[in-house]
Design a binder for this molecule. Structure first.
Ligand SMILES: Cc1cc2nc3c(=O)[nH]c(=O)nc-3n(C[C@H](O)[C@H](O)[C@H](O)COP(=O)(O)O)c2cc1C
Length: 269
């Protein structure tokens, strides 16, 4: 199964089987973390696998459980430099891992952080200059559950994401690619992505928050940047499935008030 099928089947898993992934699988995952795809290789982000997730869970007094009602056998602790580009990069790089796990029938759930970096001290050493931004819970699905293709995801209609134009004017491939985008996970299912389609290029934007909201909701603002990176990963996977010779990168793009540019799916140079 490929990453595109991962997009169609992935959903957040909050209850896991009472068993762990095999040691071999965990070793492979650690190797995969070393060679994840990068959008901007200059930005510092990282991931550490916590193999004994249940111990972490107990040790931090169920904060994770209270915060997101998730109990998983393993976690990835995702860290980033404290910049907006860092958060986007973190979402982009590790959503590829989430999709690869979904394609193998392994459950995941992104978790907005609900505890301090100090509480992680016993489990991971955070890279200097980086802080923990989110976790990804992961593990085998409960008995009898599978990740089946989702026909009608709980998402806004395709037209909602288009800044200009009518979804009826899009060609079939572009519609399918935007469908891949809207299926992405996002904090509180906020789906903060917007797109402008211009001669075959899909420009991705994040609905910007005003300065006051940004200050008051600092952590939600960070998570929305993570959402943006996750969306960019979905655009790229969708683009590679439905078109040939495309890639995501920053290009000349239209500016719109209230929208913050993230990157574009466009022809390879
Ligand atoms: C950055 C980010 C943070 C999230 N934080 C949490 C969380 O703390 N607890 C939780 O249960 N789900 C969390 N989620 C999962 C979203 O609620 C979920 O992706 C969304 O509701 C869509 O559902 P789906 O993933 O099943 O498609 C988070 C997702 C993202 C991308």
């Amino acid at each position: 199964m490929n990453l595109y099928q991962g997009i169609k089947r992935r959903r957040s898993i909050r209850k896991y089987a009472n068993e762990e992934l095999s040691l071999t699988r965990l070793d492979e995952l650690e190797k995969e973390l070393e060679s994840v795809r990068k959008f901007d290789s200059e930005v510092s982000v990282g991931a550490r696998l916590i193999r004994d997730g249940r111990a972490l869970q107990e040790d931090i007094s169920g904060i994770i459980a209270d915060y997101g009602k998730v109990e998983a056998p393993h976690y990835l602790v995702l860290t980033s430099e404290d910049t907006e580009d860092g958060y986007v990069e973190l979402g982009y790089r590790y959503e590829f891992v989430v999709l690869a796990l979904a394609a193998q029938g392994i459950g995941t759930c992104w978790i907005g952080k609900g505890f301090s970096d100090e509480q992680l001290d016993r489990y991971v050493q955070l890279p200097p200059g980086q802080k923990c931004v989110t976790l990804i819970a992961l593990g085998p699905l409960p008995d009898g559950e599978e990740l089946d293709e989702i026909g009608d995801p709980k998402r806004k209609e395709i037209g909602h994401f288009l800044v200009n134009g009518d979804p009826g004017n899009l060609n079939e491939a572009t519609r399918e690619i935007i469908d891949c985008l809207r299926r992405a996970p996002s904090a509180l299912n906020g789906q903060p992505w917007r797109v402008i389609v211009e001669e075959g290029t899909v420009h991705l934007y994040l609905r910007a928050r005003n300065k006051v909201t940004k200050m008051v909701l600092k952590s939600l603002n960070q998570l929305n940047r993570v959402d943006a990176g996750i969306g960019l990963c979905h655009l790229e996977v969708g683009g590679n499935h439905f078109q040939e010779a495309v890639e995501t990168r920053k290009v000349t793009h239209p500016e719109r008030r209230g929208l913050s540019y993230i990157g574009s799916l466009t022809d390879r140079d």
